[in-house]
Design a protein around this ligand. Structure first.
Ligand code: ATP
Ligand code: MG
Length: 409
């Protein structure tokens, strides 16, 4: 991508009403634009990060046999009324809207009801099960506070996966596969070391659910962890009864804060019973389908990665999610023409700063944007037939020969 051809601009300062570090930095670096509190647009660089995050998730979910779909955002109240969740008393974050022809619709805050309803058209026999579907979808929630940048949006991007089974054992088996897949997902995004599977309350049908909490000073959740046993609990379940359950009454727990980047639930019959999602088993008996659901906050995760790695100069992206691998700067006539040569054929991995700006500004923008490696070709480096590489994370610079640059980069 050529910066000279993009509408993208970096800003010296973030808007005054953006107090979260992730929001302020992403706006300044030109990744996102703020519409209003909790509502953001993703610009070319921001969208590339989102796509990279999605592709990692997609890759790991496809590996465990999940199928991708995209469901509607406008919600028919009917299935939600059957579970009692269309009520504003039950679910207090609904955005609702009216049809011109009369009647009320919801804007999806999540999709358990519609996906269960959808499956009534596709599941009838034990031969249809198990099955696993997921989507990347914008969710709408009328959150009371939206002051954490993209960590808490009123419109935000979620990955939601739903699984359907004939037995508790099969639900348990798949739940475990998702636990492992989530571990790989967070690892690949560079937050594996700081993300912990955390015990959370499970609602009515299973004793616990699990959250995936990334330890983060600005995280909104209070969590308790025991390093020796590697046990992490959220606030709801940090009590003597649960500690007893986990054989951890004598253990010391420390309090810290986390950002919930994902969660997994064994729903069992919570939605399939009221919505009557049934199948015929081998002995011709009608049975209720077992269900699980598994979320990841895609846009929140992007914000968490920003908060985790940013430094005083700006963003720092792990290579796996970075919008580009290289930030290319040519200085001087020969430097610019050599940079052009390097750019050709690498348009998808190189962000070429070919703008008519001073080198100092380009260097500062390369740091603000957080692209992993900066490549500088100047008349000075060319005198030695070399280019200069700088690692954004460590700040270390080194020289490589032009041959090496063209062959290995
Ligand atoms: P929270 O407790 O943070 O409000 P939640 O329990 O309401 O989260 P779920 O309904 O389970 O979250 O949604 C699945 C995932 O979507 C969460 O684990 C989180 O990563 C993400 N998420 C939830 N609400 C938001 C939001 N308002 N903005 C961005 N991401 C969100
Ligand atoms: Mg919530």
């Amino acid at each position: 991508m050529r910066l000279s051809k993009s509408f993208l601009k970096t800003l010296r300062e973030a808007p005054k009403d953006e107090t979260a570090v992730n929001g302020a930095l992403l706006i300044r670096a030109g990744y996102i634009h703020k519409e209003m509190a909790g509502v953001y647009d993703f610009l070319p660089l921001g969208l590339r990060v989102v796509e990279n995050i999605k592709n990692i998730i997609r890759d790991e979910l496809n590996k465990i046999g999940c199928e991708e779909i995209l469901m509607a955002t406008l919600q028919n109240p009917e299935p939600w009324e059957k579970t009692g969740r269309f009520s504003d008393q039950e679910v207090d974050i609904w955005f609702k809207t009216e049809l011109a022809s009369g009647g009320i619709l919801g804007l999806a805050p999540t999709h358990e009801e519609p996906v269960t309803n959808l499956m009534k058209s596709y599941i009838s026999s034990y031969k249809d099960l198990p099955l696993y579907v997921y989507q990347f979808q914008n969710k709408f929630r009328n959150e009371l506070r939206a002051k954490s940048g993209i960590l808490r949006g009123r419109e935000f991007l979620m990955k939601d996966l739903y699984s359907f089974h004939t037995s508790q054992e099969d639900l348990d088996r798949f739940y475990h596969e998702v636990e492992l897949a989530y571990g790989r997902i967070f690892e690949r995004m560079g937050v594996g070391d700081s993300t912990y599977e955390t015990f959370a309350s499970g609602g009515i049908f299973s004793k616990y659910s699990h959250e995936f909490q990334t330890f983060l000073p600005v995280g909104e959740d209070t969590i308790y962890y025991n390093q020796d046993k590697s046990i992490v609990l959220n606030k709801e379940v940090y009590n003597p009864e649960v500690l007893n359950d986990l054989n951890a009454t004598d253990e010391k727990f420390e309090e810290t804060t986390g950002a919930e980047v994902g969660n997994i639930f064994k729903l069992k019959f919570k939605y399939t019973e009221p919505l009557e999602l049934k199948y015929i088993d081998e002995s011709n008996q009608q049975k209720t389908v077992y269900m699980g659901c598994y979320g990841i906050g895609v846009s929140r995760l992007m914000g968490v990665i920003v908060e985790k790695f940013a430094d005083e100069k700006g963003l720092v992206w792990p290579e796996t999610v970075a919008p580009f691998k290289y930030y290319l700067i040519g200085i001087g006539e020969n430097g610019i023409s050599e940079a052009e040569k390097f750019y050709t054929g690498r348009e998808d991995t190189v962000l070429f700063d070919d703008r008519d700006k001073r080198p100092g500004e380009k260097f500062a923008d390369s740091e603000l944007m957080g692209i992993p490696l900066r490549v500088v070709v100047s008349d000075k480096t060319l005198a030695d037939n070399e280019a200069e590489i700088t690692d954004r994370k460590t700040g270390k610079s080194w020289r490589v020969s032009l041959d090496e640059l063209f062959e290995k980069f």
